[in-house]
Design a protein around this ligand. Structure first.
Ligand code: FAD
Length: 408
């Protein structure tokens, strides 16, 4: 049986960064990274942006050149899916039965797309998700035959895909079940702005929708049936309704968790010598008032990975990085810093009609988060306000002529 000092499960953003950061921290032990995809680690955000648009080839979204891993003596094994963990024996078992021993294990498996549970959701063709390269390649291969796309879910991924597909000349219908898009992650001002913008670009965006089932013809999804009995035909249905963290093997092994695997402030799970990082790690976050949350962002994946690598290399750290996120839709760059969940007031800076503005979210008078639309300066300066967690006069925040840095 092979054995490595460090085994990393998952070769996505968090796993790859953990391996890189271990070597940067001068960790000299053996590192094996087991990833179930067949491609070397690549950036995921372009999948619903430039890669889907055909503007960036795969080689340009690789996290590191292919030769990098061997060059750093990182044993990257692809097509290697871990199905179980034995925390006592310190081993993982792969799908093909092969076992691999570890000194310390870093679990960095992200999540898999949540599936619809309605009739027709098991159609063999015509149904797509956008989580990994293979998903997007499958969609792209069929794009020439696709005229009308129906997107289920008005979160970031659904909206980004809608923007790209519109630009590619497709007819796009987007269905959101809630009263507004981005309802889980942004305030109403942002939702309304994005809804209006998408509609102005020709997206048929509908909120408050109740999907009843997928229409299937000869095994192929050909549209959807709504609860009111109406139907919408489409050549492709993209489902973007969130992810389910890929933590079953860890939970089966006895790790605490549920929606993800629970980790402490150092990203340690309740299993000995097992860390978890990235989308799958449910951690207590001080920017969420100490609530246990999972963050699905490149920032969180990279920062948790880097911290764990440094801990393994001997440093004593706790996770307290400021959360940030971005989303590109049409010519709009949204940059978010902090966490707006639980906000009790918002302040608008600038005029949404100008296409550049910021929404500041307050909790008990403290600046908790900012959503900056084409507003780089506010994003950069607002970070410091969020990090400082200070109370700022609302009048000053609302005055877009007042630089945020002057309020520190
Ligand atoms: P992942 O990057 O998903 O990597 C996990 C890897 O583990 C995957 O390769 C998976 O196949 C593999 N794996 C799973 N189970 C196993 C197993 N049992 N054995 C072996 N391997 C396994 N974030 C932003 O901040 N900004 C954005 O604009 C943005 N856009 C996005 C667009 C898309 C289309 C997607 C899907 C995500 C986007 N995100 C964005 C989120 C960001 O990409 C994720 O938060 C980030 O990839 C999380 O990193 P991770 O390593 O935790 O998971």
């Amino acid at each position: 049986m092979d054995h490595s000092d460090i085994v990393i499960v998952g070769a996505g953003h968090a796993g790859a960064q953990a391996a890189v950061a271990l070597r940067q921290a001068k960790f000299e032990g053996s590192i094996t990274m087991l990833g179930d995809e067949t491609f070397p680690p690549y950036e995921r955000p372009p999948l619903s942006k430039e890669y889907l648009a055909g503007d960036k080839p795969f080689e340009r979204i690789l996290l590191r050149p292919e030769a990098f891993w061997a060059g750093k003596d990182i044993d990257l094994r692809l097509g290697a899916r871990v199905v179980s963990v034995d925390p006592g024996a310190h081993t993982v078992t792969l799908e093909d039965g092969i076992q691999h021993g570890y000194g310390q294990l870093i679990w960095a498996t992200g999540g898999s797309p949540r599936q619809l549970s309605c009739p027709g959701a098991d159609a063999d063709e015509g149904l797509y998700v956008v989580r990994n390269r293979a998903d997007v390649d499958a969609l792209q291969a069929n794009l020439p035959e696709i005229e009308t796309v129906l997107i289920v879910g008005g979160g970031y991924i659904g909206l980004e895909a809608a923007a790209v597909l519109r630009k590619l000349g497709k007819k796009v219908i987007l269905l959101e079940a809630m009263e507004r898009v981005l309802a889980r992650v942004a305030g109403a001002d942002i939702s309304r702005f994005y809804e209006a913008y998408h509609r102005s670009k020709g997206v048929d965006l509908r909120t408050n929708t109740a999907l009843e089932g997928i229409m299937v013809d000869n095994g192929k999804a050909v549209g959807v049936r709504m609860a009111d009995g109406s139907t919408i035909s489409a050549d492709a249905v993209i489902v973007g309704i969130g992810i389910i963290p890929a933590v079953e093997p860890l939970l089966n092994a006895g790790a605490a968790g549920g929606n993800g695997v629970d980790v402490d402030s150092q990203c340690r799970t309740t299993l000995p010598d097992v860390f978890a990082i990235g989308d799958c790690a449910a951690h207590e976050n001080k920017f969420a008032g100490g609530a246990r949350i999972r963050l699905e962002s490149v920032q969180n994946a990279n920062d948790q990975a880097t911290m764990v690598a440094k801990i393994i290399a001997g440093q004593d750290l706790v996770y307290d990085a400021v959360p940030w996120f971005w989303s590109d839709q049409f010519d709009l760059k949204l940059q978010t810093v902090g966490l707006s969940t639980g906000y009790d007031d918002t302040v608008l800076r600038g005029d949404p009609d100008s296409g550049s503005f910021t929404v500041v979210y307050l909790k008990n008078g403290i600046v908790a988060a900012l959503d900056c639309v084409n507003s780089m300066k506010d994003y950069v300066q607002g970070r410091k306000l969020v990090a400082a967690a200070i109370s700022v006069p609302v009048d000053a925040l609302a005055d877009s002529e007042t630089p945020l840095k002057s309020l520190l």
